[in-house]
Ligand binder design. Structure first.
Ligand code: GUN
Length: 287
């Protein structure tokens, strides 16, 4: 029997409904939650992601400020914009869309964002707090994955989880979130020698490679009834694909996420949630 689809569109809608109510409540306190996005250059995929984020903000009543900057902007010019957004009391969340052009240092830029407005959870301050289990703002995609587990009441305690990604946006925050739930987490990357053997041991596999020529998760690599969370998005001609073929993997998995319609919508929903958290933090309202 095929497994159960973890439907990111449905779960994201639930999150958005909760955020919409929270926005209404904040407005009764005179707070108009506002997210500023910063997009540098003309990367088409990034432009689409930012457009989707604005559309989602609009759906739930979050105001947006849209900064589209030339690809040749200098580090000091961008620093100045971040400084101004940090000071602007009408802005609660700041998102600098990644990747940035080569002349810009992603670490320097993201570290400059005020930790209270860091809706990506990328500042050293918030990343450090996460490792200490104290973070209020955590990277959106990892938060979205956790929301999916919770929606389906999937127990993580004692589970063997193989994570195939070690980035600051996905793998590292997920590692801490899963460890905090008492899972045993193995983080794999491009130099890991025995990914196939490790996958065979996993109760849960979370994969985020995004290039099928480098890594494809096939049914023979997973244990029967494993849970597969596919965070990757790449294009095969015009079709969006993940690291696994959903129709195949769901025949063996107990739960799996499709691509599209899986983790992608969750990332956007959790950004909305983080913006509300940031608005509450800056206004010192308990949520
Ligand atoms: N690029 C791809 N995913 C993300 C994300 O979650 N946040 C930011 N800032 N950039 C990204």
């Amino acid at each position: 029997m095929a497994g159960i689809k973890i439907d990111g569109i449905k779960i994201a809608q639930d999150v958005k409904d909760r955020v919409r109510k929270a926005v209404e409540e904040l407005k009764t306190h005179g707070i108009n939650p506002c997210l500023a996005t910063v997009l540098v250059g003309d990367n088409q995929a990034s432009a689409t992601y930012v457009k989707n984020k604005h559309k989602a903000c609009e759906e739930v009543g979050i105001i947006t400020k849209d900064f589209k900057l030339a690809s040749n902007i200098t580090q000091s010019e961008l620093n100045k914009i971040i400084d101004e957004l940090n000071k602007d009391r009408s802005v609660h969340g700041i998102l600098v869309q990644l990747p940035l052009p080569n002349q810009l240092d992603e670490f320097v830029i993201t570290s400059r964002i005020s930790p209270l407005k860091d809706v990506d959870g990328l500042t050293p301050h918030n990343a450090g707090l996460l490792a200490m289990k104290k973070a209020a703002l955590v990277a959106c995609t990892p938060l979205g994955v956790m929301e999916m587990f919770d929606y389906h009441n999937i127990e993580l305690k004692g589970k063997n989880i193989v994570l195939i990604n070690r980035s600051n946006l996905v793998g590292k925050p997920l590692y801490h979130l899963l460890l905090a739930r008492d899972a045993t987490v193995i983080t794999c990357h491009s130099k890991t020698k025995n990914i196939n053997e490790l996958c065979q041991l996993a109760d849960i596999i979370i994969t985020a490679v995004g290039d099928r020529s480098k890594f494809t998760l096939t049914p023979d690599m997973i244990k029967k009834d494993a849970i597969v969370i596919d965070v990757a998005i790449s294009k095969d001609k015009e079709k969006l694909i993940g690291d696994a073929d959903y129709d195949q993997i769901i025949q063996k998995a107990s739960y799996a996420t499709p691509v599209p319609g899986g983790v992608g919508p969750m990332t956007v929903a959790m950004l909305l949630k983080n913006t509300i958290t940031a608005a509450s933090l800056s206004s010192q309202i308990e949520r």
